[in-house]
Design a protein around this ligand. Structure first.
Ligand code: C5P
Length: 233
């Protein structure tokens, strides 16, 4: 099972994203391109970073009617990303349409991962805004089961949900987990955080790490420390 650290390239433009990657010397980490950078720079940003030798998780969180979601998955699959994602809230038919579209596309398809519940949604929002009268973890596990039923490869979830997801859906069903901090770091806007070694012990397959590496005084040292702590377990 591949275990890796994915650096979140949360930068507003190509210049800053590439300047950050230049600080990493010969390292070619797995990186995540999200909406901020993608909407600023377009698909060429993905191709450029893939051409530099990185694997890319393209975090565009597709969510639409099945036909449109399938078309979106087909389009992003041509950019060379190794992992893409969609919202499980779009339902099983939408997820299956996207998964089927990837299978029909020539070449090695990217891993397709579902966002279960956004970790910014707490129990209060789930109950009173979305009218889902269940504990958050029940909803996460149910959405993860839907994703597996639709033929997806895994889910984005909290490291604290990685073990329950694996227990329910098997070790081959991937857990991609943000919310990681070094023990001495500020928590920032993340609600519940874990250290890289704790995320490994909790069963995360990939950790997504942004500011602890991108804002570090020495990003290369921070990346290596994170990778050694996570992959070394
Ligand atoms: O800087 P930090 O390590 O908090 O960055 C985490 C990354 O993971 C960000 O790109 C954020 O958008 C993403 N993410 C998250 N929580 C989710 C889904 C994605 O923090 N539930």
């Amino acid at each position: 099972m591949a275990k890796d650290v994915i650096i979140a390239l949360d930068f507003p433009d190509a210049q800053r994203a590439l300047a950050f990657l230049d600080t990493l010397g010969d390292e070619r980490p797995y990186v995540k391109i999200g909406m901020e950078l993608y909407y600023a720079e377009g698909p060429d940003m993905v191709r450029r970073i893939v051409d530099r030798g990185h694997q890319v998780f393209l975090d565009l969180k597709i969510h639409d009617i099945p036909n449109t979601a399938a078309g979106a998955a087909r389009s992003v699959s041509r950019l060379g990303a190794s992992m893409i994602n969609l919202h499980a809230g779009g339902g099983i038919t939408m997820m299956r349409a996207a998964a089927d579209a990837l299978r029909d596309t020539p070449g090695e398809p990217p891993l397709l991962i579902a966002v279960t519940m956004l970790t910014s949604l707490n129990q209060d929002a789930l109950t009173h805004e979305l009218l889902i009268a269940r504990p958050v973890q029940d909803a996460v596990l149910h959405y993860a089961s839907n994703a597996k039923a639709a033929g997806l490869d895994g889910v984005v979830c909290s490291p604290h949900e990685a073990r329950p997801v694996h227990d329910l859906l098997g070790d081959a069903f991937l857990t991609v987990t943000p919310g990681v901090r070094f023990a001495e770091d500020a928590v920032g806007d993340q609600q519940r955080v874990t250290t890289p070694d704790m995320a490994a012990r909790l069963g995360s397959d990939y950790i997504v790490v942004g500011r602890p590496i991108t804002k570090a005084n020495n990003p290369l040292e921070a990346y290596r420390r994170c990778r050694d702590a996570f992959v070394g377990i």
